[in-house]
Write a protein that binds this ligand. Structure first.
Ligand code: GDP
Length: 436
């Protein structure tokens, strides 16, 4: 994955160095991104759809205050890559109950036996009593390999090289290990047979007898997007709970393997990132993409966006129910002030000679005072002004260089305004079809 990471870093760097981020800049960045993803063997259609979505979202999204266009593009890139790799999975794998049986399936050479041992070590370190069962009777040495690994990690092991059938081994093993109060049982099944049909029959037979709590398909990342065919072949015969993708360390095609599996809807639980027993990581797309994009501050940026989005959702809810908040008031005032001096605004509206002119003198200072007061409020106070008690008022007055009386005056005006909006809202509801 290192090459993919390095190339994605190049794309992020290009975004960061871009001054305008106009259509031309974005097109060039998207072309780079496409090249990077296609080289990592991601499916052409997935790459195309992702590019279109990024462009569409970027050019239709408003840039929230406090953020740059670059921030927005990086955030969209991050989110789209997370979706590509199976977005909704946000928590690391957990074992919901004990005893728990996990059956591993996959073709020979995928890294099944190694992964069985890695999982045993992972769960042992979480404090579980773990057992490994060697049910691969075809590959010479599979039994001894797993036995040695179990001894090395210090977990329970069951195997019987003289047993006639893999099913018998599994049944004996489960019985023996559960009698020793083993909490998590990991069963390594065969990956080779006379032919694929015979292999599948054996897997189905063990599955039906064992009724495992989870079935994990082990697949090799170096196969790239071919993995989706393998996942589908297994899934047709037995319900797959999870997928583990191995050998992501060495593979330039890892992006293809990960996105192909995610596209089948299978949840990727872990990834193998090396030959050593500790080279197993729970797979969480958000974390993985953050690392791929190589930004230490990416998490902070995403958190800032999430905070803004949460406020927006809250406001949308309030507005939908006819309430306005101080935040709305503040933004309205800022909008008006952006137009220039209030007397100019009035002139633009054609009212320079109106008697109003006299009455707005002084309002300008009042408006600025209000803005200063609201700048000293917290987000929570702006959304829920009812929490502003006397001690908060004192703090706000101090912060804005005003007095408690000024703060109170603003709050009174706000309450009046709110009443007005509520009345408007009620009348709108009473008269169906009237769009206010
Ligand atoms: P099995 O036939 O599916 O049981 O495969 P093995 O567990 O024997 O693994 C096959 C080869 O892949 C071995 O040489 C392992 O060391 C290697 N292997 C397994 N997982 C990984 C991984 O995540 N990264 C790398 N680089 N090699 C791995």
């Amino acid at each position: 994955m290192e090459s993919l990471r390095a190339s994605l870093l190049g794309v992020v760097e290009k975004i960061r160095n871009s001054v305008l981020l106009d259509t031309r800049d974005v097109d060039a960045i998207i072309r780079d991104l496409q090249r990077v993803l296609l080289k990592a063997d991601v499916d052409v259609k997935l790459v195309f759809d992702l590019s279109e979505r990024i462009k569409k979202r970027f050019f239709s999204q408003e840039i929230p205050s406090g953020f740059s266009k670059r921030d927005v593009l990086i955030k969209i890139l991050y989110e789209e890559l997370v979706t590509l790799l199976g977005g909704e999975n946000t928590t690391p794998y957990v074992v919901p109950k004990t005893p728990y049986t996990i059956m591993l399936v996959g073709i020979e050479g995928s890294g099944k036996t190694t992964t069985a041992a890695k999982l045993a070590k992972y769960f042992k370190e979480q404090g579980y009593r773990v057992g490994l069962i060697a049910a691969d009777t075809y590959r010479p040495g599979a039994h001894d390999q797993l036995k040695q690994l179990a001894e090395k990690i210090g977990v329970y092991f069951y195997g019987n090289p003289h047993s006639k059938t893999p099913l018998a081994i599994v049944e004996e093993g489960v019985k023996e290990l559960t009698s020793k109060n083993v909490q998590i049982l990991i069963i390594d099944t065969a990956g080779r047979h006379k032919d694929e049909e015979a292999l599948m029959r054996e897997v189905v037979e063990i599955h039906e007898s064992l009724k495992p709590d989870d079935v994990m398909l082990i697949i090799d990342a170096t196969l790239g997007k071919e993995v989706s065919r393998q996942a589908a072949a297994f899934h047709e015969r037995i319900p797959l709970g999870h997928v583990i993708i191995t050998k992501l360390d060495g593979s330039a095609r890892g992006g293809g393997a990960l996105s192909a599996v995610a596209a089948t809807g299978a949840r990727i639980a872990f990834i193998g990132t090396g030959e050593k027993l500790e080279d197993l990581e729970p797979f969480v797309p958000q974390k993985f993409v953050a690392r791929l994009l190589g930004m230490p501050d990416l998490e902070a940026l995403i958190k800032r966006f999430q905070a803004v989005e949460a406020v927006e959702r809250e406001r949308a809810k309030l507005i939908a129910s006819g309430k306005i908040t101080l935040l709305d008031l503040k933004e309205q005032l800022l909008e008006v002030r952006k137009l220039g001096p209030l007397s100019k605004v009035l002139e633009m509206l054609g009212g320079s000679s109106l008697p109003l002119k006299g009455s707005i003198e002084g309002s300008e200072e009042e408006f600025d005072k209000w803005i200063a007061i609201m700048n000293s409020m917290t987000q929570e106070e702006l959304l829920k002004p009812e929490i502003i008690d006397r001690s908060r008022m004192m703090r706000i007055a101090r912060g804005s260089g005003t007095s408690v009386r000024d703060v109170r005056k603003l709050l009174d005006s706000y309450h009046q305004m709110r009443k007005l909006v509520r009345q408007l809202y009620r009348s709108r509801r009473r008269i169906p079809g009237l769009n206010l």
